[in-house]
Design a protein around this ligand. Structure first.
Ligand code: PEP
Ligand code: MG
Length: 569
């Protein structure tokens, strides 16, 4: 028996047999060419390039998943990039490198640049370039490029890495879990895997060296461990947990058509958070009553350059139509100063979380911001889109933004576009200054949504991504609870709804407390939505309101913790 640690991407426990899928290694044998071979090499380049593009086009036409199509379109753009063509021509014609060597060099240097950017999102985008390079090189070296053709049903898939374009395909088979040696939590592949709600572990060091085809394994994606060839006592320990999880999933699946309502009749709107449109399938499957947070920065990050108005419009429209008549809350880009720095030419900042982040980037780059606002407005054809702004710290920003929205609306109407001009405007409350002045912000908005991931970070001065200060990251700290309460009260006083869209909303122990604090809408990851619905349905509003009132008087977070974990509603 051997236990390996990995990064959990999607929770759950499963037991089963492993199927390892390895991508055939592409060996570059020829490094150099002679002068007289230049022309043949360049002709081969054109031919293989076209074959790779045709293959991608075919995959696009077969794919029903809009995000998969977007990713594949990005891959096509990479192949059509004039800089890429120029570089290959130069390496072949001037440096006399073989075509395969030139392509390998070109992509290796891009992948290295992406890997070295001290920003997780960007470093993860290197997998898109790996994907493209592999597709093209397999054409040039005449190798088949379908590593998952042999994948069977009901196995635990083990692979070194998985590219975004492969993930959706893999999940169409009935695999039990996914384990990869590489990868990270926020890659496109991981995000799609999470939305599919199957146990997934990535970044498992030593995985491929320690496992064989057909091995029995336990995947515990709750704790982030993979147990290879478990002994009988370990099996004995995990079997009941596995059975319990299976039963829970079956039970939760029965809740899809049930209302999200407390025992004493208070309806809570329960919606989904999505990062990329690929998650839409899962959102529809669980019959989510809307999207409470669409983090649009992911569209920008997977993209080479900025997506234009039409590209954005198509994506927003597709989502709005699929969800109609339920609402779709589109949040304008929210990234740290670092994250779009390449595209927007932003200087590196020493303290990006306190720097040019979220709305500050948008207000600094008005043309980019306006493009996004125009695309969102145009997509609001049936009136079910709401627009939300991240990292608001003062009401002045909202007033400023509303003028930009108003101006964009006027321009679009003049240009003859047809859409529902009356769009609901919301602010994220994720900075203490916004929570404290949420009365003024509520006056200017149609809804507010509390982003607890950042609210906790900024209230407690604790970096949400820094493991070494994890013990200070306490969502149930009395200060955070008071800010949530204050925001909810201010919203209600102004007759608008208050939502919550941070991870706190999908943690079992916090759900009754949040209902008790007066939250009207929860927006959570689709994989957790049914669990949240189940917990809300167990609550009695009168009781949890009383509990929340008591808790607001507690002085220490330890007291809060003791109460919320001792007594479930
Ligand atoms: C939040 O801060 O809680 C939130 C939902 O936004 P993000 O996690 O995208 O910063
Ligand atoms: Mg946030």
């Amino acid at each position: 028996m051997k236990t390996l640690k990995g990064v959990p991407v999607s929770s759950g426990i499963t037991i089963g047999k492993v199927q390892i899928i390895a991508r055939p290694k592409l060996k570059i044998r020829r490094k150099n060419i002679r002068q007289e071979q230049i022309e043949t090499e360049l002709q081969k380049f054109e031919k293989c390039l076209q074959a790779a593009i045709n293959e991608i086009d075919q995959l696009i036409s077969l794919s029903e998943n809009i995000d998969n199509r977007n990713i594949l379109n990005t891959h096509k753009m990479i192949l059509r990039d004039p800089e890429f063509h120029k570089n290959i021509n130069k390496m072949v014609a001037e440096d006399l490198l073989s075509l395969e060597m030139a392509i390998k060099n070109h992509f290796s240097s891009i992948i290295e640049i992406f890997n070295n950017i001290e920003n997780e999102y960007f470093s993860q985008r290197s997998s898109d370039f790996e994907d493209v390079a592999y597709r093209l090189l397999s054409k040039i070296l005449d190798k088949k490029n379908d590593k998952f053709a042999e994948l069977q049903d009901d196995v635990i898939l083990v692979t070194e890495n998985i590219t975004p374009s492969e993930v959706t395909r893999v999940f169409q088979k009935k695999i039990k879990a996914l384990c990869t040696e590489k990868g990270s939590k926020n890659s496109h592949s991981s995000i799609i895997a999470r939305s599919m709600n199957l146990p997934t572990l990535v970044s498992i060091t030593g995985l491929t060296d320690n496992i064989k085809n057909g091995d029995d394994v336990i995947v515990d994606a709750n704790e982030g461990v993979l147990i290879i060839k478990p002994d009988e006592s370990t099996m004995h320990r995990f079997r009941p947990l596995w059975e319990y999880e299976k039963q829970e999933r079956i039970k939760l699946a029965q809740l899809v058509d049930e209302d999200c309502i407390t025992q004493d009749g208070r309806t809570i709107n329960l919606m989904s958070n999505i990062e990329i449109p690929a998650e839409l399938d899962q959102v529809l499957k669980i019959r989510s009553k809307g999207i409470g947070l669409f983090r649009t920065e992911f569209l920008f990050m997977g993209h080479k350059g900025l997506p234009d108005e039409d590209e954005q419009y198509e994506i927003y429209l597709h989502i709005a139509e699929k969800l109609y008549p339920h609402p779709v809350v589109i949040r304008t880009i929210d990234v740290g100063g670092d994250k779009l720095s390449q595209i927007l030419n932003i200087e590196h900042e020493l303290n990006p979380n306190l720097g040019t982040r979220g709305i500050r980037i948008s207000l600094k780059h008005i043309p980019v911001f306006k493009t996004q606002i125009r695309a969102i407005l145009r997509a609001n054809r049936k009136g079910n889109i709401r627009i939300m702004f991240p990292m608001i710290s003062t009401v002045g920003e909202i007033i400023n933004i509303k003028n930009i929205v108003q101006q964009s609306r006027g321009e679009l109407l003049e240009e003859g576009y047809e859409f529902e001009p009356d769009i609901a405007i919301g602010a994220m409350i994720e900075i203490p200054s916004a929570a404290i002045t949420s009365d003024s912000i509520a006056e200017e908005c149609n809804f507010l949504s509390i982003g607890t991931n950042d609210l906790v970070q900024y209230t407690l001065a604790v970096d949400r991504d820094n493991d070494t200060v994890e013990q200070y990251y306490i969502p149930h700290h009395p200060s955070v609870l008071r800010l949530i309460k204050m925001t909810a009260e201010n919203c209600h006083q102004h007759g608008i709804k208050v939502a919550i869209c941070g991870e706190m909303a999908s943690e079992k122990k916090y759900i009754p407390l949040l209902v008790g604090l007066g939250i009207d809408e929860f927006s959570v990851s689709p994989g957790r939505l049914l669990m949240v619905k189940n917990e809300i349905r167990k609550c009695k509003y009168q009781d949890v309101r009383k509990m929340a009132e008591d808790i607001l008087h507690y002085k220490t977070y330890i007291d809060v913790y003791t109460r919320i974990t001792a007594k479930e509603c």
